[in-house]
Ligand binder design. Sequence first.
Ligand code: NAI
Length: 398
Amino acid sequence: IASTINRAARPTVSQLAHQATSSLPRNFSTTTPNNMKVLAVLYEGGKHAVEESRLLGTVQNELGLRKWLEDQGHEYIVTSDKEGANSELDKHIVDAEIVISTPFHPAYITRERIEKAKNLKACITAGVGSDHVDLTAANEKGLLVAEVTGSNVVSVAEHVVMTILNLVRNFVPAHEQVMAGNWNVAEIARGAFDLENKVVGTVAIGRIGERVLRRLKAFDCKELLYFDYQALDPQKEKEIGCRRINDLKEMLSQCDVVTINAPLSESTKGMFNKELISHMKKGAFLVNTARGAICNENDIADALASGQLSGYGGDVWYPQPAPKDHPWRKMRNPLGGGNAMTPHYSGTTLDAQIRYAQGTKDIIERYIKGEEQNPPDVIVEKGDYATKAYGQREKKKQ
Ligand code: NAI
């Protein structure tokens, strides 16, 4: 009943759109902390967001921040229009003090955009993963880049386990077969395996990588391996029963299944190319829910077509939204399966949206009050990286 009342009381999409634009002429100076311009770039929710108010990460539901920000005298602009020099993003970034975006519909905050954003102080990721901001340029300008660390790591870990099972058990072609009215057990079973007794390795064992291995423990895999320049706590290693391998190629050569859980940075961009994939076991499965640009799109499609990979799955692409002709949409292995791609939604379940909306509010509140941010949320601040997750680098001298 409560949610029905909520829905009835909510403004329509067109009222929301009007609100977003009608806040424009209001006479706010955007330079003082008491009346700043906050710009949010979110994904379109359409009728789904009207029917489901928990879709907080949409343009329609605005992370639930409008009233809270406007009651304090701030201007709140919400848009999904982010591409090209005439986009709403480009129009409003010029005098915005805070830019919020999600990795699901990322506002690419390039050096060029940072340079023209004369009032910009903070870029906030409603979610996890701030690679859509040029972090080098953000550091040069002394911006705060913060994200809602941990907000959707369980959501992603569950998606990874689902995708691994999906690929290993050849689920998608089996489902497509019944939907098409057919019945051919052998066609599917020739590409289906058990996960039990297989070797699974994760590239990175941060919050998501660790949670993936913990969940896989129940499947009695032969070995759970990881590659990361930061070692897991020995107690956790013991609990999970996993083993660190210091050489990435060495780990890949042992794995039946590989899951990528590292941020996109200069050290991971294009990492999974033809050369690296050639070190994987022939016919292995690769799951990437980290970032699309960690994998070379054509090399992945070629590896699937040749059978070097039996399957590739995940939810992350570059760019996003993915173009209609992106090779990962239609690629298949020689048996006609092996594709478990979805749009980027693993970290934006309804449960996750509540957490990242709340976390975004918390970061803004601390910013407004001049309080220190929660340290794990900070990616870069005062000209330097505050996290060790975006590649190994020397700490700058103060
Ligand atoms: P985290 O910060 O807890 O862990 C990252 C780990 O990656 C760290 O242990 C770090 O040492 C390791 N790492 C970095 N570069 C590496 C490299 N070159 N080789 C091996 N290890 C490396 O991050 P968390 O929360 O686990 O998230 C990881 C990434 O997952 C995010 O940065 C984001 O890109 C992606 N993600 C995707 C989501 C989705 O919806 N598909 C949602 C949330 C995160």
